[in-house]
Every structure is written in structure tokens, then in C-alpha cells.
Write a protein that binds this ligand. Structure first.
Ligand SMILES: [Zn+2]
Length: 352
């Protein structure tokens, strides 16, 4: 019987209670009238008279220990319960914290839309370096040596000599036309000609003071199509399609003769003003027309510069500013907004 009492001492010592259910189990086992300790007291009369007093004392000690433990476990559980009850109540009338999702930048939206429109008529997307040599940015495109675009005022050269003139011919590209040259050069002499039908979106750089109407970094999408029998009609068809897909229904388009060093003939493309519908406003300078792109038939000399026979292959090219298209589509009147990361501006494009 003493062994049994010692085992119970051990058991109570190691007992852990952390929930009301466990507290009840402890009570049933050690405290209640059907518990093990009551049972042992009932067996006390079977213990020989000589030992009864000593065993009785042990049993009383056990009973007191069980009660002490039960009291402290009860206190612990009560404290847990009141801590849970004192937690501030949930106020169901409070407004929820809005789940803010990011927005796509308007230039990303417009660039993706332009790519989508041209991909559906068979153009693929090409990429090229933003740091370029004079040849790919100017020379191969028929820019004469004395062309003003080559001036330090307009172009960022990577290295300058002490007197300020460019000491190398490495520069930040001023347009994405360098990719056109690289695409044409990729044709391997002696193998079958692979028609080129690509658009090239990307960043370009000009040495301009940043203002509402000018920036030193902006985005272009150029396109080129070189194959046998590509004519001006194909250029017109392609750009008519683009304008129809990109802008409001009923938008008018016109081709205006122009000059670029790398195309002949050249044309600038105007569309009827998206803001006033052609009636005249500040955006279109009251003419009813806004310019969106430059284009033309690729100059045979440029084709020859890339090692392709201009007698056999012809093509057209076009280029437009993504900022410009975005301005017309969403009436953005200050170029600086695109790079200032003002959330009040960016949030307006949520869900587009
Ligand atoms: Zn207008």
C-alpha cells in the first residue's frame, strides 16, 4: 500500500494541466469521492494495526498535495479564461482595411497593347542594346557626319574627352532603329532570305532638359518589314490597322510627306484629335489633327548598308513614342508624370 501511495505522489508531481478538460480529469482522478485517494482511505482498515498510523499520515499528505495542486491549477485556468474575456471586443462596424493591389504603369499598358496589335498581324518582338555605337545608331541609318542629331546637345555619348567633344563613338541610343540594323545584318549571305517582320519597343535617350514636354529618357516602338515586293500600300494597310485597333472607332488617319535620313519616301502619320474629335483644342493646337508616328520605305542605301540586296528586297519602317500614344489615349499632359511615381496618378489606371 505504501508503494501505491509513493507512485501517486510521483504522478501528482508530474501532472500538467493546461485546459479546463484536463483540470476536470485531475479532479476526477485525485479529488472526487470516486477517486484513487478516497479508495485508498477505504482500504486503510485492511492495513495491520501497527502500520496504520504511518500509512494514514502518508495518505493525508497525499490528499493535501492533491488539493493544493488542484487549487493552483484552478487558479491558472481561471486566469487564462479571464485574459481571453478581457481582450478588446471586435468592432464589426469598423471599415475594413482596403486590400490594395498594384496597378500597371500606363506606359506598360500601352506598350503591351501595341505589341498585341502587331503580333496579331504577324510581327514578332525584337530587342537590342541601349548602349550603342555610332554606326548602329547613326552611320548605318544614313545620318550624315554633320547631322545635328550627332551633336553633343542631342545625344548622350558615354565617354567625353577633356574639351567636351566625344572621345569615343559609344552612345546611348537616340531611337530604337539600331535594332532594325542589327536584325537586317543577321541575314546570312548565301542562305535563303528570312523575311523580317518585327517591332522593337524600348527605352531611348536624348540630351534634353526635363520639362512637361521633353524628357531625357522615353520609350519608342519601331517596326520594320523587309521582304520581296513590300510596297507603300503595305505600310498604309499596316498603320491603318494599328490606328483602328488602338484608338476610338471613327478615328481619321492621314499621311503627310516628310523627310527622314533612313526612309524614302517618308511620311508622318496624323490621326484626328482624340480629345476634341477633330473640332480643335489645345492638344491638337486647334488643327484637329495630332501626329502619332513617322514612317517610310526603308532607303535602299540602308538596306545595302546591312548587306541585303536592295534591288531584290524592299521594306517599310515606322516608329512612334509610347509616351505620345499614352498621352493621346489617356490625356496625360505632362511627361514628368510618367516617372514621378505619384500614386494619385498611377491609381487612375487601376483595373485597365
Ligand atoms: Zn483637339
Amino acid at each position: 500500500m505504501l508503494d501505491k501511495v509513493k507512485d501517486l505522489y510521483q504522478e501528482i508531481d508530474h501532472y500538467i494541466v493546461s485546459s479546463p478538460e484536463q483540470l476536470e480529469q485531475f479532479r476526477m482522478r485525485f479529488i472526487s469521492r470516486k477517486g484513487v485517494i478516497t479508495e485508498l482511505f477505504e482500504h486503510l482498515k485492511t492495513v495491520p494495526q501497527a502500520d496504520r498510523r504511518a500509512v494514514g499520515q502518508e495518505l493525508n499528505g497525499l490528499k493535501n498535495l492533491a488539493q493544493e495542486r488542484f487549487d493552483s491549477f484552478s487558479q491558472l485556468i481561471d486566469e487564462q479564461r479571464s485574459a481571453a474575456n478581457n481582450a478588446p471586443p471586435v468592432d464589426l462596424t469598423l471599415p475594413t482595411i482596403p486590400n490594395l493591389t498594384g496597378t500597371q504603369h500606363p506606359l506598360t499598358l500601352v506598350r503591351q497593347r501595341i505589341i498585341q496589335i502587331f503580333e496579331r498581324i504577324g510581327f514578332n518582338v525584337a530587342d537590342g542594346p541601349e548602349i550603342e555605337t555610332d554606326w548602329y545608331n547613326f552611320g548605318a541609318l544614313n545620318f550624315p557626319d554633320n547631322h545635328p542629331a550627332r551633336d553633343m546637345q542631342d545625344t548622350f555619348f558615354i565617354e567625353k574627352s577633356e574639351n567636351g567633344s566625344p572621345s569615343s563613338d559609344v552612345l546611348l541610343r537616340t531611337h530604337t532603329s539600331n535594332v532594325q540594323i542589327r536584325l537586317m545584318e543577321r541575314q546570312k549571305p548565301g542562305t535563303a532570305f528570312q523575311p523580317i517582320r518585327s517591332i522593337m519597343p524600348g527605352r531611348v535617350y536624348r540630351n534634353e532638359t526635363i520639362s512637361a514636354r521633353a524628357h531625357c529618357m522615353f520609350h519608342q516602338v519601331e517596326g520594320i518589314y523587309i521582304d520581296r515586293n513590300v510596297g507603300f500600300k503595305d505600310l498604309k494597310d499596316t498603320l491603318y490597322h494599328f490606328v483602328k485597333e488602338m484608338f476610338e472607332p471613327g478615328t481619321q488617319i492621314r499621311f503627310r510627306p516628310s523627310y527622314f535620313p533612313f526612309t524614302e519616301p517618308s511620311a508622318e502619320i496624323d490621326i484626328s484629335c482624340q480629345i476634341c474629335g477633330g473640332k480643335g483644342c489645345n492638344i491638337c493646337k486647334h488643327s484637329g489633327w495630332v501626329e502619332i508616328a513617322g514612317s517610310g520605305m526603308v532607303d535602299p542605301q540602308v538596306i545595302a548598308n546591312c548587306g541585303i540586296d536592295p534591288e531584290e528586297y524592299t521594306g517599310f519602317a515606322f516608329g512612334m513614342g509610347i509616351e505620345r500614344i499614352t498621352q493621346l489615349k489617356y490625356v496625360v499632359n505632362d511627361l514628368r508624370l510618367y516617372t514621378e511615381n505619384d500614386v494619385r496618378f498611377l491609381r487612375q489606371f487601376e483595373g485597365l
